[in-house]
Write a protein that binds this ligand. Structure first.
Ligand SMILES: *Cc1c(COP(=O)(O)O)cnc(C)c1O
Length: 372
């Protein structure tokens, strides 16, 4: 039987009546833009993350752009981030006219390396205005190290928690709520998925929250008067209402992802499949992705494809080597750990409703590849 990398129909089934009821209510009211449903979701997100303010956005990508616009970051400014992330992190920085400055990752966690970040901040020739650490695959970065480095340089931390809603850094708090700003994506394959695109920003400061609300709506305040240039970054009321129904289940879904990860670990340990490196878990991982490092990765991927086992490569080309960033002047060899990860990593199915039998099939296909 084929095993999908991700599947969400099973999760939808028990929530079907409740969600369709809510969609019907909104259809009857015809209140589609902002309003009560959006405010209720924003409150739920504050309660869940511990952040004082939440602002629903049209996507994770737009959430980052809105934060950068609210901070007045643009041409002549630089923003430090990792080259081993989804494109949107650096894409957003570029789209406001700022320059992404990359810092290599820690090979164990795939997150930005704090010693390397410190070196970069000490020597960077550009005017650094913010740091965007990415909690990749659902594991928090070393927020203690990042926050102290940022504080020494007087720049805000904007957490990319798109893959990590619900993750925690020990003693620090929940992903997104530790920096000055954090943002989430509710793309359907994230741990909390909408029925389309949606995102959110959380922040600590009330004045920042007001500015973000304004940026989300063309910088309009009051209606048809614009002190600043914003955009249309509004979350749909429909998406917010669906997310409000789903968020109370998030911790259960994360626990199921973690149990699936633990089962893979047992299977790999029992079979002694040494060449495979399993994800590091220095503290609680929320496993938006379960990413292994595998020798002969591309041949393994081809083998899994022929066995009908879902898998993906996150990400095959680090951002400093993307064609669209050639003007930044980076070259192969600049970020060796990111380049190595791009060649060796492979994501396996980990979604909450995955069954033990499906996991055994995934494991058997991998064992088969290395033992023949
Ligand atoms: C998904 C994702 C984003 C962008 O979110 P969208 O809602 O798809 O715009 C940004 N950063 C990371 C790391 C992501 O995984």
């Amino acid at each position: 039987m084929p095993v999908p990398l991700f599947e969400s129909r099973t999760q939808f089934a028990p929530l079907r009546e409740e969600i369709l009821g809510e969609i019907a209510e909104i259809a009857d009211s015809q209140q589609f833009i902002l309003g009560e449903k959006v405010e209720a979701f924003e409150r739920a997100l504050c309660d869940y993350t511990g952040a004082p303010h939440a602002i629903g956005m049209s996507s994770g990508t737009d959430a980052l752009i809105a934060i950068l616009m609210a901070l007045g970051i643009g041409p002549g400014d630089a923003v430090v981030t990792t080259p081993y992330t989804f494109f949107a992190t650096a894409g957003g920085i570029s789209r406001v006219g700022a320059r992404p400055v990359f810092v290599d990752i820690d090979p164990a966690t795939y997150n930005i390396s704090v010693p390397t970040l410190r070196e970069c901040l000490a020597t960077c020739a550009h005017r650094v205005r913010a740091i965007v650490p990415v909690h990749l695959f659902g594991l928090c970065c070393d927020m203690e190290g990042i926050k102290s480095a940022a504080a020494e340089h007087g720049v805000p931390v904007i957490e990319d928690a798109a893959q990590a809603l619900g993750a925690e850094f020990p003693g620090g708090g929940r992903a997104g709520a530790m920096g000055e700003f954090g943002y989430y994506s509710f793309f359907p394959a994230k741990n909390l998925g909408a029925f389309g695109d949606a995102g959110a920003v959380v922040c600590r400061d009330a004045a920042d929250a007001r500015r973000l609300e304004s940026v989300r709506n063309h910088g309009m305040e009051p209606r048809y008067f614009h002190k600043m240039i914003g955009g249309n970054f509004r979350i749909d009321a429909l998406q917010a209402a669906i997310l409000s129904i789903k968020i109370p289940h998030l911790d259960t879904w994360i626990a199921a992802r973690r149990a699936n990860a633990a089962f893979y670990r047992e299977e790999f340990a029992r079979a002694g499949l040494d060449p495979i490196t399993l994800p590091a878990e220095p503290y609680t991982h929320t496993y938006n992705q379960f990413v292994i490092r595998a020798p002969r990765r591309d041949a393994l991927a081809a083998h899994l494809a022929s066995a009908g086992i879902g898998h993906a490569i996150y990400y095959p080309v680090p951002l400093h080597l993307q064609e669209c960033f050639a003007h930044l002047g980076y070259k192969a060899g600049d970020f060796p750990e990111s380049e190595k990860a791009a060649l060796e990593t492979l994501a396996l199915p980990i979604y909450p409703e995955l069954t033990r039998d499906q996991q055994r099939e995934v494991f058997a296909a991998i064992a088969d590849f290395y033992q023949t």
